[in-house]
Design a protein around this ligand. Structure first.
Ligand SMILES: Nc1ncnc2c1ncn2[C@@H]1O[C@H](COP(=O)(O)OP(=O)(O)OP(=O)(O)O)[C@@H](O)[C@H]1O
Length: 251
């Protein structure tokens, strides 16, 4: 479990997140949603220890986040940012980078590290490109390779910032189904999602932010019935079968 206790954080002296108190459960899929600029990425970065100045406390499994030694934290949680460069490296080498928190100073891979890399590539369906250069792959294929790298790291918690950006609809669903499968295998997934219908469909819990403040921290069903998304996004939320969709509000 990740617990935020009166967390205020931002960049320089400017607070973006304001006095946030809530928790992210383990073993579930949690999505962070809210209008542009409300602080979703900042919140994800704070939880993943990527933000230098945080007031208040963030606990991971009842321990302050800063009490984790760097490699220990990397074996527990992985962070996949939205913007990534595309290094000139083969797929297998990039996925191998996920094993760095397990290697000694020589960075020599042992057989269990090589097995973890193969397993991560298989479960994300990227083994077929193992020897190809990352630069030769499409955006969607690369996204799967980065997820494989995170899986090779074998963390319990995976933080992802807008993982479906740049993917076409088919590949968005494929990626979300992959994350759902990883969750069923025991991983905790925490992600920023812009697509509200995807967020409602695939998450156990939604954290809704507005201007750096917490508006709701609840199940998709509860948010739907309380009309929280309607107010914050100024839309009408509808439900049909297991899916949600949105229409503009009329004055
Ligand atoms: N590195 C930075 N330095 C200074 N300000 C920043 C930095 N990154 C983000 N901000 C500011 O913090 C605020 C929140 O940004 P953040 O990226 O967390 O929002 P978001 O909800 O993820 O936005 P979006 O939906 O547009 O991706 C914005 O006003 C942004 O300008």
């Amino acid at each position: 479990m990740v617990e935020f206790c009166h967390v205020t954080a931002g960049y320089g002296g400017e607070p973006i997140l304001k006095d946030l108190c809530f928790s992210i459960p383990e073993g579930k899929i949690t999505s962070l949603v809210g209008p542009n600029g409300c602080g979703k990425t900042t919140l994800l970065r704070a939880a993943a220890r990527q933000l230098p100045s945080v007031k208040g406390e963030i606990f991971l499994r009842h321990r302050p986040l800063e009490s984790y030694e760097r490699k220990e934290f990397a074996r527990t949680a992985a962070f996949l940012p939205q913007m990534r460069n595309v290094p000139s490296i083969t797929v297998e080498r990039l996925v191998s980078h996920g094993r760095f928190p397990y290697l000694g100073l020589s960075r020599k891979m042992r057989s269990q590290d090589r097995q973890a890399v193969q397993k991560a590539m298989e479960s994300t369906g990227v083994s077929q490109w193992a020897l190809r250069e990352l630069t030769e792959l499409s955006g969607g294929q690369r996204q799967r390779v980065y997820i494989a790298m995170v899986l090779a790291q074998d963390p319990d918690i995976i933080f992802l910032d807008e993982p479906t950006t740049y993917l076409d609809l088919k590949h968005q669903f494929e990626l979300l189904e992959l994350l759902q499968k990883l969750n069923q295998e025991g991983k905790t997934i925490v992600m920023v999602l812009h697509d509200l219908s995807h967020a409602l469909r695939y998450s156990h819990k939604i954290v809704l932010l507005e201007e750096g403040r917490l508006v709701a921290d609840d199940t998709p069903e509860a948010l739907f019935y309380q009309k929280q998304l309607d107010r914050v996004f100024q839309v009408c939320t509808h439900q049909a079968e297991e899916a949600y969709y949105f229409t503009p509000q009329k004055d």
